[in-house]
Ligand binder design. Structure first.
Ligand SMILES: NC(=O)c1ccc[n+]([C@@H]2O[C@H](COP(=O)([O-])OP(=O)(O)OC[C@H]3O[C@@H](n4cnc5c(N)ncnc54)[C@H](O)[C@@H]3O)[C@@H](O)[C@H]2O)c1
Length: 338
């Protein structure tokens, strides 16, 4: 039987990697809901052929035939959420304000998009009886605390983004307990990998700057730490969360459990860029730390190991190498090379 996935924010970095992976199986139909504020039709087209539809022309038979359908719209449109959720087996809710900086600049926008947008899709899951709801959360709800972060730590968000993602986790828990909706919240750490060209996260930004011959800008002194996960490992976790029984209402840290400083990332990138056929020298420039950024961050992933049967497999060095190769190939016209 074909599993029908509704992916909000499916034109973005994580969404397209998920689509690419689902299509490799040949047993999945995919509906994408995206307002194209970040991702585009061309971006989606890099990973699949798709049919664009409206709520009036959507077709379940297209999904049952393992097709991909794009509906352009906003997660704040309540009626649209109900329409697109009809007949779906799994909702993966990725569309969001995705960063700390925009949330500091405009906390209301961040709250409306991330809290009400999530509520709309939880409501859609409840009313349309969707079997599973996977929510893209982040390490940000935990906030400033002594790492490793784990699911039972009291959350202390530092940024509005952390607060809005925490609210999303809260609603997921409430919908599981009150309405029996099978929700799973995944707290993604810092994700990197192919298709991240539009991302402003550390690895993507550093690779783009290094390829342009520009200095890598480090906010703060470079000793701040993060937990970097390769997209392929993360996608396996999303798929497990979308299918395993008996995990409704749970939250999981999806990370590598390794703590890496920004300086260490720079050292690895410097080595890898030196090994390229066209060697590149990496230079750095330090600026003031950003508001809302935490000093140390890495996660304990043992709960995901036990309940999802999931473990990260790609080392940071190998993952960075793959990612640099992807960026280089893409830059030289190798569209779609992974
Ligand atoms: N990338 C990471 O490192 C990371 C880490 C932690 C959590 N997350 C979470 O994972 C999810 C996906 O992240 P990503 O890196 O793929 O982001 P992305 O920006 O690449 O993709 C998000 C997509 O959502 C769409 N979108 C944004 N607002 C929308 C709205 N109001 N209505 C409909 N569509 C909308 C955008 O057009 C874009 O295509 C987000 O919820 C993000 O907060 C990502």
């Amino acid at each position: 039987m074909v599993t029908k996935w509704l992916i909000t924010g499916g034109c973005g970095f994580i969404g397209r990697n998920l689509i690419r992976n689902l299509l490799e199986d040949g047993n999945n139909g995919i509906r994408v809901l995206d307002n194209l504020s970040v991702g585009s039709r061309d971006d989606l087209n890099r990973v699949c052929d798709f049919k664009e539809s409206s709520p009036e022309t959507m077709s379940i038979s297209h999904l049952s035939a393992q097709g991909v359908e794009l509906i352009v719209g906003d997660i704040l449109d309540e009626q649209l959420a109900l329409d697109v959720a009809e007949h779906m087996d799994v909702i993966v809710h990725l569309a969001a304000n995705t960063g700390v900086t925009p949330s500091v600049e405009n906390p209301r926008m961040d709250c409306v998009t991330n809290v009400l947008g999530t509520l709309n899709y939880l409501e859609a899951a409840r009313i349309k009886n969707v079997g599973r709801f996977v929510f893209a959360s982040s390490g940000a709800p935990a906030g400033e605390c002594e790492p490793p972060i784990h699911e039972e730590l009291p959350p202390h968000p530092v940024s509005p983004y952390g607060a809005s993602k925490l609210a999303g986790e809260g609603y997921c828990s409430a919908y599981a307990k009150t309405f029996d909706v099978d929700t799973v919240a995944l707290r993604f750490s810092n994700v990197y990998g192919p298709l991240s060209t539009k991302k402003d996260s550390v690895v993507a930004k550093f690779i783009k700057l290094a390829l342009e011959g520009k200095p890598l800008e480090i906010f703060g002194d470079g000793t701040q730490t993060r937990d970097f996960i390769h997209i392929d490992d993360l996608i396996r976790a999303v798929r497990q969360a979308g299918s395993i029984e008996g995990i409704g209402g749970e939250t999981f840290q999806i990370a590598t459990a390794n703590e890496t400083s920004i300086d260490e990332i720079v050292q690895m990138l410097t080595r890898l860029f030196q090994q390229l056929p066209e060697k590149r020298n990496v230079t750095v420039q330090y600026s003031a730390s950003r508001q809302g950024d935490v000093k140390r961050n890495f996660s304990d992933t043992s709960k995901a190991g036990k309940m999802l049967g999931w473990r990260p497999e790609i080392s940071l060095y190998d993952g960075l190498e793959k990612t640099i190769n992807w960026f280089v190939k893409t830059q030289t016209g190798g569209v779609g090379v992974f």
